[in-house]
Write a protein that binds this ligand. Structure first.
Ligand SMILES: [Zn+2]
Length: 309
């Protein structure tokens, strides 16, 4: 099973160097400097094969938001104006589409770009005193003009967990999803809560099932707009039938390994738009979602019956 989508950014974030304004100024002057662009919910792609983010020479005012160094060359980021004319040889893709199109590290770079530009777009004022803030550390912080407080890009931790009971897994569906789509249960970590406790609490709230033994599997940046998905497997024993107690889900139930395998065989690489479950009568989350990764890890784990695919 490959790594989750949006992971594996191949970039030196230059976390220490970027605290030095002189070093940052020198990066902006570097002839190798390139710039990548985000839109409100997407990225600018080059019409290339394989597809990748468009990397253009910086133009106009000195670039301020440095993603990092790519093979030693500075890589800056900027927002594309909503009314900007399309540049020749480029096109805009949503981050979801980019995640499905781009190869591993390039999808990770797209997620990083969208996450960081969205943070700066949404946090122009100080949470401490309300005054305007300015970009600092070449984009890894903001500083308040009045009280001097530093603010850092926020990441919201979300636990997402596949609860396993023998040869069955617990999946639920939200009312807004296409018919037949089910996915792993998930929820935000609360202040003062460990992620392991959040796993067990969310499972009980959303299904009434008492889970145990949360096991961390993998994480995934999910900048829609600022989540970090923390993927777990957990176990459960017998008990009453699952019930969507907190009404976030409209249905939650156990699915057999055979049912999940059949659904995956029906749509090995379906995107968000898939609506026809075929004979499987179950639509799995698409491959860019870590929920699918958690399912694939379960289906393909050593010591378990292997998929026939
Ligand atoms: Zn302030």
């Amino acid at each position: 099973v490959a790594a989750p989508t949006f992971t594996g950014v191949a970039l030196d974030r230059a976390s220490l160097e970027r605290k030095d304004p002189a070093w940052v100024a020198a990066q902006a002057e570097d002839r190798r400097a390139r710039m990548v662009f985000a839109t409100r919910d997407g990225v600018l792609l080059a019409e290339s094969d394989p597809p990748r983010l468009a990397r253009l020479p910086p133009s106009g005012a000195a670039p301020g938001l440095l993603l990092g160094l790519e093979a030693g060359a500075p890589l800056f980021a900027d927002m594309l104006a909503a009314d900007a004319a399309p540049l020749p040889g480029t096109r805009i893709a949503s981050l979801r589409d980019a995640g499905a199109l781009l190869a591993g590290p390039e999808a990770g770079l797209a997620a990083f770009l969208v996450a960081l530009t969205a943070y700066h777009r949404h946090h122009g004022f100080c949470a401490n005193c309300g005054a305007p803030t300015d970009l600092a550390e070449a984009g890894f912080a903001r500083r308040c003009r009045r009280c001097g407080a530093h603010h850092f890009p926020r990441v919201d931790p979300v636990v997402i967990m596949l609860v396993i009971r023998g040869e069955e897994v617990l999946l639920g569906r939200q009312p807004a999803w296409p018919e037949h789509r089910y996915s792993a249960l998930a929820g935000f970590v609360s202040p003062g809560e460990s992620i392991e406790a959040a796993v067990l609490r969310e499972v009980e709230e959303e299904s009434g099932v008492r889970a145990r033994d949360p096991r961390f599997i993998a994480s995934q940046p999910w900048p829609f707009p600022a989540s970090l998905m923390l993927g777990f497997h957990a176990s459960a024993d017998g008990g009453p039938a699952p019930l969507p107690a907190d009404r976030e889900l409209e249905d939650v139930r156990w699915f057999s390994r055979e049912a999940v395998l059949a659904a995956r065989a029906e749509h090995p690489a379906a995107g968000w738009e898939a609506t026809d479950p075929g004979s499987a009568a179950l639509l799995l989350p698409p491959p860019i979602a870590i929920a699918r990764y958690l399912l694939d890890c379960w289906l393909d784990s050593p010591g378990q019956p292997r998929s026939s695919e």
